[in-house]
Design a protein around this ligand. Sequence first.
Ligand SMILES: *Cc1c(COP(=O)(O)O)cnc(C)c1O
Length: 377
Amino acid sequence: MEVLKPVKRNILLNPGPSTTTDSVKYALVIPDMCHREREFIDIMDEVRKELVKIVHGDFYKFSAVLFTGSGTIIDDVCINSLVPENKKVLIINNGAYAKRMVQIAEHYSIPYINLEFPEDELPDLNRIEGTLKKNVDVGLVAGVHQETGTGILNPIKEIGEIVHRFNHPFVVDTISTYAMIPMNIEEMNVDFIMSSAQKGLVAFTGLSWVIGNREIIERSKNYPKRSFYCNLYNQYENFERGEGMPFTSPVQLVFALRQAIKEYWEEGEEARWKRLNRCWHAVQRGISEMGLENVIDPAIQSHLVTAVKAPKDPRFDFNRFHDYCYERGFTIYPGKMFKQDTFRICNLGQITEEDINNFFKVAKEAFREMGLDIPVK
Ligand SMILES: *Cc1c(COP(=O)(O)O)cnc(C)c1O
């Protein structure tokens, strides 16, 4: 991919969008093209196959269905399209993104069970099993792989084993782990995996997808159609007829995504995961040098998002800290927890250990500017 002129590189340490390569940025620049042209639909179909391959799925068994929108659109699609009439969705909730699924069910007046767990712990498998035993009217189970608000990685494979024992379909929001943590959809005991272009694949916001079991999608044909634009079966059926999306597709975003997938395979799934892990270890070293602490026990972290306890010192001001780093090319993000003052350092995207080390140089300067000692007390 030709890069005409390097673009200023910002290091995004927020939970998506992430730092992209210039080759992905330049892939947006193409001759104008109508989304109904065979040439484009073929490219989109090729991209769909690649998206299934990333989770080691069999294309005959799983289809990738794309929608135009940020990641939440795909949570919306899965919840509103996959619950049969007179059935409930069971949502396993230990954080902000599961809570969002609860809000979606609420919005569509879909009966749901909100199975809540503390937001700094893993869900209790016995309680999940007990709830499924008691509630025979469950028709779908939904969970989140990484709760991006805290950085907890949930035991999806173990939960999926239980869900499948009760013969329920299992949909999982893997938006903040897909194309970062290597996954195999069938080995994970999952039927629907979600993702969005601006996270692990490191392309641009505006394109999201679900990789879903074809049999279950086909079964959903006669489920209540709760949304006109965001119905999974309708979108799937249009793709399967060879016509792509029913409405105008984001042509340029698909080209950028195709380039990002090419770069994913060039790096390799194991190599990418190793690089991101090196970044996380650099974050852990950095916070410990600064005298800062994790919110979540590192043993249950994803290694992609670190939630950090804000210093108790009254001189600490998150906005000042943020602005100091932002002016120097590093973007950090406030926390998403209910009770504590936290902030997050995320290592998604096309960044390296060296970028993280450079960030900590700036972070230490910012702390000194605020009058804090390092390590903080
Ligand atoms: C980023 C993210 C989403 C999508 O959020 P948008 O702001 O709509 O892109 C959904 N779920 C998880 C777990 C995420 O990390």
